[in-house]
Design a binder for this molecule. Structure first.
Ligand code: ADP
Ligand code: MG
Length: 291
């Protein structure tokens, strides 16, 4: 039978907009050492928009037209940002075929018989596109807060779209609270190192693990567990589902994908990660009352 104090604990958490699926989750939540946060949609608002454009072709709008036409097949937040930019500019999209998503890297599609690649540097390397010329320019200007999405055809780089996703207003306070409780906080993301580092510094997160493919997120949880640490993972995306399931405590954003919510044992119904600390505190108090 479930002890009365656990039922009370689950009820108290619900007052904070925290849904706890089972009594075991309370037990786990009371013993966490490390809290891992996904970046996009978890620490950030998850509503990115295009904030800069670097075009190697004459017509800047053509760059957006191609990028948005390829992204029609994707539901990634970056895809939404690029398609919104095309809409803002009143750009008509082209028909694309043979769409393919490469997890953790980007997307590709065929337009008018030509294949285009869109994604991060790993995606460009995979497509054998030379980006060295751009890399030199970038190191001079370089806005670290932006996620850079590269567009190329089979011959060369056509341009780079800079996309920003504002950090949630309560993220810094949430991290501070967890650290004051003696917990380690880790940022785990598929995004590039500069962007991840920029956000980590802003939020006071000491450990950053970036450029991680979806499968490797789960491996990272396991690596920490193998050191004897009890791990909570906080995430929202399809790509977070395996790590949410693997963690000792999986905490899903209620605004996240269905599979993320199903994979976690806790769901945050308010769009606030501040309730992560509340969840762990309530769990600790609940377990104390049982003893
Ligand atoms: P995260 O949610 O942690 O940022 P993802 O695994 O979803 O990570 O993506 C990792 C990286 O892969 C992104 O930062 C981006 O550079 C690239 N990427 C993935 N999907 C797309 C897409 N549809 N369009 C452009 N880039 C993409
Ligand atoms: Mg995410």
């Amino acid at each position: 039978a479930t002890p009365m104090s656990v039922i009370t604990g689950v009820g108290r958490a619900a007052d904070y907009g925290v849904l706890i699926k089972d009594a075991d989750a309370i037990q786990q939540a009371a013993n966490i050492d490390v809290v891992i946060f996904d970046k996009t949609g978890t620490l950030t608002e998850g509503k990115p928009s295009v904030t800069s454009l670097h075009s190697e072709i004459k017509d800047e709008n053509q760059l957006i037209r191609l990028a948005a036409s390829i992204e029609q097949g994707s539901e990634h937040p970056l895809a939404v940002a690029i398609i919104n930019e095309a809409e803002k500019r009143d750009i008509k999209l082209l028909t694309s075929n043979a769409f393919r998503a490469i997890p953790g890297m980007g997307v590709q599609a065929e337009i008018d018989g030509e294949i285009f690649y869109l994604g991060n540097l790993a995606m460009m390397t995979r497509a054998k596109v030379d980006t060295s010329k751009w890399a030199n320019k970038q190191s001079e200007s370089g806005s670290n807060s932006e996620t850079l999405v590269y567009l190329a055809n089979q011959r060369k780089l056509l341009g780079v779209v800079g996309i920003s996703d504002p950090v949630r207003s309560d993220s810094a306070a949430a991290v501070k609270k967890l650290k004051s409780m003696g917990l380690s906080v880790v940022l785990l993301t598929g995004d590039r190192q500069q962007t991840a580092q920029h956000i980590a510094e802003k939020l006071g997160i000491d450990t950053v693990i970036s450029g991680v493919l979806p499968d490797a997120k789960e491996a990272e949880v396991q690596r920490l567990q193998s050191q004897g640490l009890k791990v909570a993972m906080v995430g929202d995306g399809i790509n977070d589902a395996p790590s949410l399931a693997r963690a000792d405590l999986g905490i899903a954003m209620g605004s996240g994908s269905d599979i993320a919510v199903e994979s976690g044992s806790v769901t945050l119904m308010r769009h606030s990660i501040d309730s992560v600390a509340d969840t762990l505190s309530i769990a600790k108090a609940t377990i104390r009352n049982m003893k």
